[in-house]
Design a protein around this ligand. Structure first.
Ligand code: M6R
Length: 611
C-alpha cells in the first residue's frame, strides 16, 4: 500500500529518494515525506503527491548520503501533514518509515502514554518508533538489538526502514508481511517496497523474508532473523529493464499497459506453447502436474481483477478439464472454516504477489494441508514465494493502478494450464486441442487489431462521460468480462457501474433501465448468442442506451443497438482476452474526459498489503 525507500551510500539522497518516491507513488499517494541526516534528523512531509513534497524541499540545502522516504496510503489517521511519514521518536533521534499495520498498537500506545510519551500523529507507526526507543532505553542495548526486541512484541504487518542520529552510518530494515527488497550497489545500499526505485542503480537484490532484519553498518550488510540467528543472504539478479517502468511516450501508464498487451500475451506464451509439437510446457508447476491431474477439485483464491480472471478460468477449466472449480474471494475465504478435500489444489492468482488477503488465504489453506500454486506477475513477490510452486505471467511491471495487461496475461496462463491439464486428463480431443492452441497463438494479433480502433472508444467516451450510472451485461464467458468492465469504469472515473449476468437483469436491475441508462452488452457470437439477443431486446424495449461489443461482421445486433464495437472472432473461451480490450479503453477514455487521475485513482493503491 505505501511505498518506502531508504538509501545509504555515496549519492546525494535528494534526487535518489525523490526519484524513488516517484517510482513508488503507484503504491500509495495521499501524502509523502522524506527524512535525512545531517547534524540531526531533518523531516519534511506533506499531504498530497510526491511533486508537492519536491516543491516543499526545493529550497533546502540537502547534502546527505543517508535518508528515507515514504509515499502513503492512509490506514491509521487521515491523510494530512502530521500523519504522513517519516515519524520521529520522542527524542527526535530516530526516524522511521513503515508500510503495514501494527495491530497491537493501541496496547503499546497505552503503555507508552503511561510512561509519559506524547504523540503528535494518529498513526501506529509513531507508536512503533517510540516503542523501539523505549525498549532501547529500558534495556540499555544497541539500536539493532532494540529493533529486534521490539519487533518480537509487535503483532501485525510491517516493512520498515529506520535511521538514527547517533548512528549516521547505519540503515536498518525489517519485514513481516509487507514486502521489502534490498538493493546492493557499489558502496551503496537501497531498501524499498519493490525493485522499481532500485532498478536504475543496481540489478543485485535480496528479497527479505518475514521476520528478517537487515542492518547496513559502515558499508557492510548484516542479515539476521528476529531471533538473532544470522541468515546467509541470497542475492538475485533483477531481470526487469528500466524502460519497462517508464511511460515510453504514452500519456499514462495505463494506456501504455493496454497497448502492451499484444506483447505481454506473447511473452507469457513464450517457451510454453509449442504449436508445431502441439505441446504445452509449464516448467514452474511441472512437479505438481500429476497432483493436478488427479485433483478432485480446484479452488481459486484471489481479489479484484485477479479474482475475475479466476472466474473466467472457472468456466474453461470445468469445460475443458471436467474438474469442479470454485472461485473464492481471498478476503472471505481467510475467515471461513473452509472444507478442503484431500488432494484438492488451490490456485492463488495475484498480479502484485503482495495482496494481504490472498497471502492470508494461502496460509490458511496450507495450514490445512492443501497444495497452493501461484499465478503471479511480480517475480520474487511474497505470494510467489509462499506458494509451493507457480507460474509467472511475465506481463512486465504493471504500474497503472487499474489492472489491464496482468488480467489478459492471467487468462492466457490459466488457459495454458487448462489445456495442458485437459490433454493429460484426456478430456479434450486432439482436434479441439489443436483448434484452441492455434487460436491462442493468434490472440496477440487480434488484440493488436482491436487496439487500432481505440479512437472509436474515445468517441464513445466523449458521448457518455456525463453518465452517472452504467450497466455491463454479459453471459457465459463474457459475464466475468462484464464485471471487469464495470470495475474498470468505477475505479477510474468514479461513475457507478454494475456488472451483471445478462439473464439475471430481469430479476431486479431491469427496474433501473430508462433512456438515461447506458448499458454495455458483451454480445459476441458463442453458444448463447441467441439468448443475449433477447436480453438486448429487453433493454431496447425500455429505451436503455445500448453499446454492444460484438463479433466482427455481426449485422444483426447492429440493427438493435445504439453503438457497436466489433472485435475479431475467436474461440468463445478465448474471447474474454479480446472482448475486455474495448472495455479497458472505454474506462480509460471516460476517466481522461472527466479529468480523473487515471494512473492514481482516488482512495486506491496498486497493491493492497493490508486487510
Ligand atoms: O495484485 P493483485 O492482483 O493481487 O491485486 C488484486 C486487486 O487489488 C486488483 O486487481 C485491483 O482490483 C485492481 N485495482 C483492479 O484494477
Amino acid at each position: 500500500m505505501c511505498g518506502i525507500i531508504g538509501y545509504i551510500g555515496h549519492r546525494n539522497i535528494h534526487p535518489t529518494i525523490l526519484k524513488g518516491l516517484e517510482r513508488l507513488e503507484y503504491r500509495g499517494y495521499d501524502s509523502a515525506g522524506i527524512a535525512w541526516l545531517d547534524s540531526g534528523i531533518r523531516v519534511y512531509k506533506k499531504a498530497g503527491k510526491v511533486h508537492d513534497l519536491a516543491a516543499l524541499i526545493a529550497q533546502e540545502k540537502l547534502n546527505s548520503h543517508i535518508g528515507i522516504g515514504h509515499t502513503r496510503w492512509a490506514t491509521h489517521g487521515v491523510p494530512n501533514d502530521t500523519n504522513a511519514h517519516p515519524h520521529l521518536s520522542a527524542s527526535g533521534k530516530l526516524a522511521i518509515i513503515h508500510n503495514g499495520i501494527i495491530e497491537n498498537y493501541s496496547i503499546l500506545k497505552q503503555e507508552l502514554l503511561s510512561k509519559g510519551y506524547i504523540f503528535k500523529s494518529d498513526t501506529d507507526t509513531e507508536v512503533l518508533i517510540n516503542f523501539i526507543e523505549d525498549v532501547q532505553l529500558c534495556n540499555n542495548c544497541s539500536l539493532e538489538e532494540a529493533v529486534r526486541l521490539a519487533l518480537n512484541k509487535v503483532v501485525g504487518a510491517y516493512g520498515i526502514v529506520i535511521i538514527s542520529q547517533d548512528h549516521p552510518n547505519t540503515l536498518i530494515g525489517a519485514r513481516k508481511s509487507s514486502p521489502l527488497v534490498l538493493g546492493i550497489g557499489k558502496d551503496e545500499f537501497f531498501i524499498a517496497s519493490d525493485a522499481t526505485p532500485i532498478l536504475e542503480y543496481t540489478d543485485r537484490v535480496i528479497y527479505l523474508n518475514d521476520y528478517e532484519i537487515a542492518v547496513i553498518k559502515d558499508g557492510m550488510l548484516f542479515l539476521n532473523d528476529i531471533k538473532n540467528v544470522p541468515i546467509t543472504p541470497y542475492i538475485q539478479k533483477l531481470e526487469i529493464q528500466l524502460e519497462a517502468i517508464e511511460k515510453g511516450g504514452f500519456e499514462h501508464f495505463m494506456l501504455k499497459e493496454i497497448f502492451e498487451q499484444p506483447t505481454s500475451i506473447t511473452d507469457c506464451m513464450r517457451g510454453r506453447l509449442d504449436i508445431p509439437h502441439k505441446t504445452i510446457k509449464l516448467g514452474g508447476i511441472e512437479a505438481h502436474m500429476d497432483q493436478l491431474v488427479h485433483a478432485p477439485k480446484i479452488t481459486i483464491l484471489a481479489c479484484g481483477t485477479s479474482w475475475l480472471a479466476g472466474m473466467v478460468a472457472e468456466y474453461f477449466l470445468e469445460e475443458l478439464c471436467r474438474i469442479p472449480v470454485e472461485v473464492q474471494y481471498a478476503s472471505e475465504f481467510r475467515y471461513r472454516n473452509p472444507i478442503i478435500q484431500p488432494g484438492e489444489i488451490m490456485l492463488a492468482i495475484s498480479q502484485s504477489g503482495e495482496t494481504a488477503d490472498t497471502l492470508a488465504a494461502i496460509e490458511l489453506a496450507q495450514a490445512q494441508g492443501a497444495t497452493v500454486l501461484g499465478i503471479c506477475n511480480v517475480v520474487g513477490s511474497s505470494i510467489a514465494r509462499a506458494t509451493q510452486a507457480g507460474i509467472y505471467t511475465h506481463a512486465g511491471p504493471e504500474i497503472g493502478v487499474a489492472s489491464t495487461k496482468a488480467f489478459t496475461a492471467q487468462l492466457t496462463v490459466l488457459m495454458l494450464l487448462a489445456l495442458s491439464l485437459a490433454q493429460r486428463r484426456k478430456t479434450i480431443t486432439s482436434s479441439k486441442f489443436e483448434e484452441i492452441i492455434t487460436e491462442l497463438a493468434s490472440i496477440p494479433d487480434k488484440v493488436k487489431a482491436m487496439l487500432q480502433h481505440a479512437s472509436k472508444l474515445k468517441e464513445l467516451a466523449n458521448l457518455f462521460k456525463s453518465a452517472t450510472n452504467f450497466l455491463y451485461l454479459g453471459r457465459g464467458y463474457n459475464y466475468p468480462v462484464a464485471l471487469e468492465g464495470a470495475l474498470k469504469l468505477k475505479e477510474l472515473s468514479y461513475i457507478h457501474a454494475e456488472g451483471y449476468p445478462a439473464a439475471e437483469m430481469k430479476h431486479g436491475p431491469i427496474a433501473l433501465i430508462d433512456e438515461d441508462m447506458p448499458v454495455v452488452f458483451i454480445a459476441t457470437k458463442d453458444r448463447i448468442y441467441e439468448k443475449i439477443i433477447s436480453n438486448i431486446q429487453e433493454v431496447k424495449a425500455r429505451k436503455g442506451k445500448i453499446i454492444a461489443i460484438v463479433t466482427q461482421g455481426d449485422e444483426h445486433v447492429k440493427q438493435l443497438v445504439d453503438h457497436i464495437i466489433e472485435v475479431p472472432a475467436t474461440h468463445e473461451a478465448l474471447m474474454p482476452i479480446v472482448s475486455v480490450i474495448p472495455l479497458q479503453l472505454l474506462a480509460y477514455y471516460i476517466a481522461v474526459e472527466k479529468g480523473c487521475n487515471v494512473d492514481q485513482p482516488r482512495n486506491l493503491a496498486k497493491s493492497v498489503t493490508v486487510e
